[in-house]
Design a protein around this ligand. Structure first.
Ligand SMILES: Nc1ncnc2c1ncn2[C@@H]1O[C@H](COP(=O)(O)OP(=O)(O)OP(=O)(O)O)[C@@H](O)[C@H]1O
Ligand SMILES: [Mg+2]
Length: 223
């Protein structure tokens, strides 16, 4: 469990929780012109804060009374179960290969209103599974039961998975680690996503160092 993964849960009054609530509000505004229910979180490279952002946004949305489902679609390095202290024996990979009803694999969390489908066993062919018709069908079915479906994914530059998923969601949020990701990589990630027709609804500038006691902050750029 990493210390940033459940900030919104542990201390709803902290500035970082406030930042996540701001992000939640901005996502709700993205809903004005068209329905934005399924949202993919990705980044250019690894360790920029995708999993932490998805987890915290999910919690703050649920705290606001929304019904939220987080799907761990990072088949390269699944970690939603760690962030939320859940088991990962079964999950998304099972629903994609077994043709089982995906509702069997939904788990409730300690946060009321927040459900999760963990990744499950790591399959040998992630891109193929995520790009399958079944993935689309499952997502379509699940949207009937939730206000928001937030999807965690691998980084967009090294593997194709996030670009594949970006095509079947309503919107994409690009998480960028402010101090470590180069401008060039951020642009390339954005281009790769736009290139497949993804709608980038926002960019989260993560891990910004500030001078205040609250070491890190967010900046959310609304597109
Ligand atoms: N705003 C933040 N401030 C400081 N540290 C952070 C912040 N967000 C995430 N981290 C830390 O950065 C590391 C990577 O975070 P996280 O696992 O959320 O990234 P990720 O993009 O999902 O990584 P991966 O590519 O491995 O899936 C973790 O140790 C996490 O605690
Ligand atoms: Mg992750």
């Amino acid at each position: 469990l990493n210390s940033y993964s459940i900030k919104a849960f542990e201390n709803p009054k902290s500035p970082i929780s406030e930042a996540y609530r701001m992000l939640r509000t901005n996502i709700q505004f993205a809903n004005v012109d068209r329905v934005v229910k399924t949202i993919l979180f990705t980044s250019a490279g690894p360790a920029e804060g995708k999993t932490s952002t998805v987890t915290n946004v999910g919690i703050t949305m649920a705290q606001a009374g929304k019904k939220v489902l987080i799907i761990d679609a990072d088949m390269r390095k699944p970690s939603i179960h760690k962030a939320l202290k859940l088991q990962n024996r079964f999950g998304l990979s099972n629903t994609l290969v077994e043709l089982a009803n995906c509702e069997c694999y939904i788990v409730h969390t300690l946060q009321e209103g927040l459900d999760v489908i963990t990744m499950g066993p790591i399959p040998p062919n992630p891109s193929e599974l995520l790009g399958s018709q079944r993935m689309k069908t499952i997502l379509g079915e699940l949207t009937r039961h939730y206000d928001y479906i937030l999807i965690d994914s691998p980084p967009v530059l090294p593997v194709t998975d996030a670009a594949i998923l970006a095509q079947i969601v309503d919107g994409v949020i690009l998480v960028i680690a402010a101090n470590s990701t180069s401008h060039e990589h951020a642009i390339r990630a954005k281009e790769k996503l736009s290139g497949v027709g993804a709608k980038i609804i926002g960019v989260v500038l993560n891990k910004i160092k500030t001078k205040s006691k609250d070491k890190y902050y967010y900046y959310y750029h609304y597109e």
